[in-house]
Design a protein around this ligand. Structure first.
Ligand code: ZN
Length: 671
């Protein structure tokens, strides 16, 4: 591994942070923390932590010794001094005389010795950093160190690889006990500047920032060299491809891991890389995949073991569905048993029993998460685990800590706190909005995102900067082939669709007796057929998921209350009202709801200033009177429509309903 230290960069950091009021110690701590964080083979997704011992001025003007240590919620590659909360060092060191300190007391003690009480929580490894006397302490879960320690003869092997000044710590759960143990081992031989924590990671330390960082790179490079030299086994078994496609499999798996009764929804994301395929097709997959994660804190995200489903035997998607149902039921039963065995009379609440990683032989990996971001993190962790395990297996056999140790980390309250669960009404739900770039589309997107949903926008226009990357698909919704292709991509990324907001539309006006057939057909294409195409394609995915779904149509008050010279727009909207009800009738028994909104006079791309003036003229009123021409005399906005869509999405017992959002119009009211 390359040592990326640069004297010039170091000076730049010192200068930059001096300008912001931070001393040289902290500036260099930020610099080398980022150097570590930038190397994915050292640190991913919040793994690893660093610290520096320095002096800082308190509010009373007196200088005090502090430990700046990584705070929770920060990643090393983007760390700032605020992500390294300062804890008073004296009090931390006074705890050296203690033999035991429970988790609650440990967290309390760390928190109440913060210089700034608004800082993030200091790392669970704070005491370990404090007890080592060196100014700089660096800690990572480097892949190559894990590949050396997670084997039957790991300790012996380490001793032959790393040589002098390296100490070894047997596996102990992080926290106060580990901090004490590390201190004892260090005290026995104070020439030690590197500690290998078996099955966990590595600490390096020095009074010099560059040296502490360089020791890390040195040890990691030694481990890498050993792995390269010794790997020789041919690891892959037979590689068979499944006939089934990932966009068919995603929705099935998603339906099986979502538990609507308990309001728990997941996103299921498909990934296929060489690393994952090598792991999945390894000869010993069945044994190494059941061992546990390569470093303990991965378990809180990806559970102790993945699930394997062999799709190479399934000839049809129905056959796969049966197989998947059986496999997931077996996984659940095994997880419940694991919980019962290891909870051992402690008052713990079982976490959900669903897998976070599902390997489908012949297809690839499906990662399960509460949102897309956590799916991606889980898949990244899967790749790290796959890479480390295969490195071990290339010359030995993967072996890690006991299931009891793994369980203790999975159910450790301090680890669970890192996940910071937020339960929003639509968390884990996938929402597709057509006409997504329009005024109503954007307002609906914001409203649904605020409730935790994953929102995907479809539009035939080009997105502007308002749309965050990855949530937009270019699509002509009047073209079934295009819709099918986009929905297939959505199924691979998100594992399906829960809510379709069929909102695309376009205005056509003119006297009905003189409108051209071409214009009328065009209006039917966008104002009726696009809804039918999107709804029917969404339904086919919802049926694969076998879970409740919801169709929401932007109908229009024109469907019940035709406007003068507005037939070309009103007629397909009337047909759309019937379509909305038809879906409610045909798919109610499958738990799929179908509802609509009759909105009127919403300022948008369709009802622009020019159109407002025309409609006002048709009604013989001023544009302002036209916009406020309702019982409440209030203009109705796109966000009112978005709120109504949300309301219908959340009303689990409502189907075949049409909600008016028009400020009150008796002639257009539903009866
Ligand atoms: Zn660690």
């Amino acid at each position: 591994m390359k040592n990326n230290w640069s004297d010039r960069q170091a000076s730049r950091y010192i200068k930059h942070y001096k300008g912001l009021g931070f001393n040289e110690d902290t500036a260099l701590r930020v610099y080398t923390s980022r150097l570590l964080g930038e190397q994915k083979k050292l640190v991913i997704h919040g793994g690893g932590n660093t610290s520096v011992k320095t002096r800082e001025k308190d509010l009373d003007g007196k200088f005090t010794e502090v430990l700046r240590v990584k705070g929770s919620g920060w990643n090393l590659n983007t760390i700032e001094p605020e992500g390294l909360p300062a804890v008073k060092l004296g009090p931390l060191l006074s705890m050296l005389s203690k033999n035991k300190l429970d988790d609650v007391d440990m967290v309390n003690f760390q928190k109440r010795n913060l210089l700034n009480i608004n800082s993030p929580n200091p790392s669970v490894e704070t005491f370990l950093h404090a007890f080592l006397p060196h100014k700089y302490v660096d800690h990572t879960h480097a892949d190559s160190i894990l590949a050396i320690t997670n084997r039957p003869n790991g300790l012996k092997l380490c001793k032959s690889i790393f040589g002098k000044n390296v100490g070894y710590v047997p596996y102990i759960m992080p926290g106060f006990d580990l901090a004490k143990k590390v201190y004892q081992i260090y005290k026995k031989d104070e020439s030690v500047n590197t500690l290998i924590l078996m099955n966990h990671g590595i600490f390096t330390f020095s009074d010099d920032a560059k040296e502490s960082y360089s020791l890390m790179i040195k040890a990691v490079s030694q481990a890498e060299k050993y792995i390269k030299k010794t790997s020789k086994k041919n690891l892959s078994g037979k590689i068979k491809q499944s006939k089934l496609r990932p966009d068919q499999i995603g929705p099935i798996l998603r339906g099986l891991v979502c538990d609507d009764e308990n309001s728990s929804s997941f996103i299921v994301n498909y990934r296929k890389t060489t690393t994952l395929l090598n792991y999945l097709n390894g000869k010993n997959f069945k044994s190494y995949s059941q061992q546990g994660t390569v470093t303990p804190d991965h378990v809180i995200r990806i559970k102790p073991t993945p699930l394997l489903i062999d799709a190479t035997y399934a000839n049809s998607i129905d056959e796969f569905k049966k197989l998947a149902l059986k496999s997931i039921s077996a996984y659940k039963a095994k997880y419940i048993n694991y919980f019962k065995t290891h909870a051992r009379n402690r008052k713990l609440k079982m976490l959900d029993p669903y897998p976070r990683l599902i390997y489908v032989k012949g297809v690839g990996l499906f990662s399960v998460g509460t949102d897309l971001k956590s799916c991606e993190i889980n898949a990244d962790l899967a790749e790290t685990n796959a890479d480390v395990v295969m490195k071990v297996e290339s010359s030995s056999t993967y072996k890690t800590i006991s299931k009891q140790h793994i369980f203790d980390i999975e159910y450790w309250s301090l680890e669970q706190a890192k996940l910071g669960r937020i339960n929003k009404a639509l968390q884990g739900k996938v929402v597709v909005i057509t006409g997504g770039l329009g005024t109503i589309g954007m307002a609906t997107c914001e409203t649904f995102k605020n409730e935790g949903a994953e929102v995907i926008l479809l539009d035939s226009l080009k997105p502007n900067d308002n749309v965050s990357k990855g949530t937009f698909f270019h699509c002509d919704v009047t073209n079934r082939k295009q819709v099918r292709e986009v929905f297939s991509k959505i199924s691979m990324i998100y594992g399906g669709i829960d809510i379709l907001v069929s909102n695309a539309g376009n205005v056509y006006d003119g006297q009905i007796g003189s409108i051209s057939d071409t214009d009328l057909r065009e209006s039917f294409d966008i104002n009726f057929f696009s809804h039918q195409i999107c709804a029917s394609e969404a339904i086919s995915i919802m049926l694969k998921q076998s879970m409740p779904g919801c169709l929401l149509f932007n109908i229009s008050k024109q469907s019940v209350n035709p406007g003068y010279n507005f037939g070309p727009y009103g007629l397909p909207k009337t047909a759309l009202l019937a379509l909305c009800k038809q879906y409610a009738v045909d798919y109610g028994p499958m738990g799929i709801r179908s509802n609509g909104i009759n909105a009127d006079r919403i300022k948008s791309g369709i009802l622009n200033q020019r159109m407002i003036e025309r409609r006002a003229k048709a009604r013989k009123v001023s544009p302002l009177e036209y916009m406020q021409g309702n019982l409440l005399s209030k203009e109705v906005t796109a966000s009112d429509v978005a709120q109504a869509f949300l309301h219908l999405a959340l009303s689990k017992k409502t189907t075949g309903a049409v909600l008016t959002v028009d400020g009150g119009n008796i002639a257009a009211s539903m009866r």
